[in-house]
Design a protein around this ligand. Structure first.
Ligand code: HEM
Length: 222
């Protein structure tokens, strides 16, 4: 019997476990929360790398070296700090969840601010991630911010692509793994370049999407 996520979820169904409707809800939530977010993040990262070929070169070199010696994709995340940093910087500039929304069920006072019941409370990773008081050159794509030596200078609440607190993204580790594997496979085989038509305008339609699409020129590297 395979030990994949769907099998485990189906096994959790039963009189003392989940109902069929709960199993179905969980499947839909995981597809909804886990598919488009990672896909958008990958698209934006390819765009950022195409606009910064000197960074793309570092990533390509790292991927080529790791793939030549390590065939197990589950080891790639730890073995590719430059690729990981590029993806994390892509998530900073284009967080797939640009806002995190809450609605208090009771009135709250927070830091002297009265928040009525049912007020719309928005935490905006998009704004926090580009805040001039928090980041040096906030609009620039600078993956070195996420290199191991610099990573710890970033405050936990300054970088929120996966949220924080009790509802933090349950798929964070999975998303990082799948994103690095996808980038490694794509960038080892192809080079993605922007063209005169690549003028993506970020819009929030649940996730951060490139209005007008993200046309790129794709050439074979292998
Ligand atoms: C780059 C990819 C991803 C990003 C940027 C992302 C972002 C987020 C954020 C910001 C939240 C918190 C929402 C809130 O506090 O209201 C969240 C929650 C969640 N994410 Fe992700 N996510 C990603 C990938 C995934 C994947 C791959 C899965 C599943 C395999 C997943 C499943 C979930 C679920 C189930 C929740 C709700 C958790 C809860 O409420 O307890 N996400 N995600």
């Amino acid at each position: 019997m395979p030990q994949d996520f769907l099998t485990l979820l189906l096994k959790a169904e039963g009189p003392d476990g989940l109902t069929r409707a709960e199993v179905e809800d969980n499947i839909i939530t995981f597809i909804g929360a886990g598919h488009e977010t990672t896909a958008r993040a990958l698209g934006w990262t390819l765009y950022c790398l195409a606009e910064a070929p000197w960074e793309r070169e570092k990533v390509e070199r790292e991927i080529d070296a790791v793939l030549a010696r390590e065939l197990d994709p589950t080891k790639w995340l730890d073995a590719m700090p430059f690729t990981r940093a590029a993806f994390e910087e892509g998530l900073r500039l284009y967080p797939p969840a640009p806002s995190i929304n809450r609605e208090p069920i009771e009135p709250e006072t927070w830091n002297g601010l009265y928040i009525p019941r049912r007020a719309a409370v928005l935490v905006m990773p998009w704004v926090v991630h580009r805040h001039r008081k928090l980041w040096d050159r906030p609009d620039a794509f600078m993956p070195e911010r996420f290199h191991p030596a610099n990573r710890e200078k970033i405050d936990r609440f300054q970088y929120l692509p996966f949220g924080a607190g009790p509802r933090v993204c349950i798929g964070t580790s999975f998303a990082m793994q799948e994103a690095i594997i996808a980038l490694a496979i794509m960038l080892s085989r192809f080079r993605f370049d922007t063209t005169a038509e690549t003028k993506p305008w970020p819009v929030q339609k649940l996730t951060t999407q490139p209005q007008g699409g993200l046309p790129m020129q794709v050439t074979r590297r292998l």
